[in-house]
Write a protein that binds this ligand. Structure first.
Ligand SMILES: NC(=O)c1ccc[n+]([C@@H]2O[C@H](COP(=O)([O-])OP(=O)(O)OC[C@H]3O[C@@H](n4cnc5c(N)ncnc54)[C@H](OP(=O)(O)O)[C@@H]3O)[C@@H](O)[C@H]2O)c1
Length: 326
């Protein structure tokens, strides 16, 4: 089958489009013929091994000390079940599915064998593969951040790094809960953010949101690029600051901020519950929220796709179209 392999950590050029053996599903696995994958910033961070200091060692052990243990990267996919192992009861051949392969990765390929217990679920009728492919990273994290902050109707919510995978979901999910949402990102993403429902937008290159005098009930920092003290001061009494991409100095300050009588600093990694994938797919199927698709790249142009995502040009989701011929 066609796939992209990554035999060492490094720049986008370490990714090679090539032929590899097609996987055989084990008794407790399904074989998915992938139609659409995505490139997330997280994929680029794994490829380059550019991660926060506090997760460097555990991630290096998990992903491979000298080179990626799983040479085919990519964690998001949507496709068709084409074979099921003898012990699989929850999927059948012909099911249209999407989800995450998590640390098993392997979605930059025509086929992937995944555990029947993986965070994979069926695609609703009438919804195409591309429309759900980006739910696992953007949707699950955006939902987790908004839930942890207990966003309530009428509250003011600021999302920093709103124009990417996670932020574009966080903006929509906060709006869905009745909040007044301010989206902060680079200027060329602000129009899209207004279309997704943001009430106010701020170009972070032109304006520092902590300097305007406005305060917020909830601040969700998706990218980890805030000035902590100024941001904490920008919270209203009773406000919550969520650190979506926390670095050690911010976590230490967050722990110290626990002494504050009313304001809270939160950080917690999102899980991948299938119930949440189903909740999000139903919101998309009903048109309550939309999946902002930026560009498509063929699998053979994965290097260009990684360059594009890494450069920060992406607005929402970048889709990888997987060749369908065997
Ligand atoms: N906490 C968790 O559980 C978790 C889970 C998955 C991922 N993550 C991490 O979360 C981060 C974001 O992921 P993502 O997939 O949403 O990334 P993304 O799609 O690249 O979105 C990040 C957005 O932030 C913008 N940005 C960059 N610098 C900014 C600044 N100083 N102020 C405001 N906005 C800024 C980027 O725009 P420009 O680059 O164009 O400026 C981009 O639009 C990644 O580092 C990822 O590893 C965390």
């Amino acid at each position: 089958m066609k796939a992209v392999v990554c035999e060492r950590y490094g720049p986008p050029e370490v990714l090679k489009f090539t032929d590899v053996p097609k996987p055989e599903p084990k008794a407790d696995e399904i074989l998915v013929k992938i139609r659409a994958a995505t490139v997330t910033l997280g994929d680029c961070e794994v490829r380059a091994f550019k991660v926060a200091g506090w997760v460097w060692l555990p991630l290096r052990i998990a992903l491979g000390i000298t080179r990626p243990r799983q040479p085919i990267l990519g964690t998001e996919m949507a496709g068709d079940v084409v074979a099921v192992g003898a012990d699989v009861r929850n999927f059948s051949v012909g099911d249209r599915v999407f989800g995450s392969t998590s640390f098993a990765m392997g979605t930059y390929a025509q086929f992937k064998a995944v555990s029947k217990a993986a965070p994979i679920t069926k695609i609703p009728d009438g919804v195409d593969y591309v429309t759900v492919a980006g739910i696992p990273t953007g949707g699950l994290n955006g939902l987790h951040f908004v839930r942890k902050c207990e966003v309530k109707p009428g509250e003011t919510v600021l999302v920093n790094g709103a124009g990417g995978s996670i932020g574009s979901f966080a903006v929509q999910l906060a709006k869905q809960r009745g909040a007044e949402v301010t989206a902060v990102d680079r200027g060329d993403k602000l129009e899209m953010l207004k279309e997704l429902g943001a009430d106010h937008v701020i170009d972070y290159q032109a304006e520092d949101f902590t300097a305007s005098g406005r305060r917020y009930d909830v601040i969700i920092d998706v990218v980890g690029k805030i000035r902590f003290d100024a941001t904490f001061r920008t919270l209203n009494e009773g406000g919550r600051l969520f650190l979506g991409n926390p670095y050690v100095p911010h976590m230490i300050k967050g722990l110290m901020a626990r002494r504050h009588p009313t304001k809270k600093v939160l950080f917690a990694l999102a899980g991948e519950p299938i119930d949440d994938l189903d909740y999000l797919k139903n919101l998309i199927a009903s048109g309550t929220i939309t999946m902002p698709i930026d560009r498509h790249f063929p699998l053979s142009e994965i290097v260009a796709a990684h360059r594009y995502v890494e450069a920060g040009h992406k607005k929402g989701i970048v889709v990888i179209d997987i060749p369908q011929e065997d």
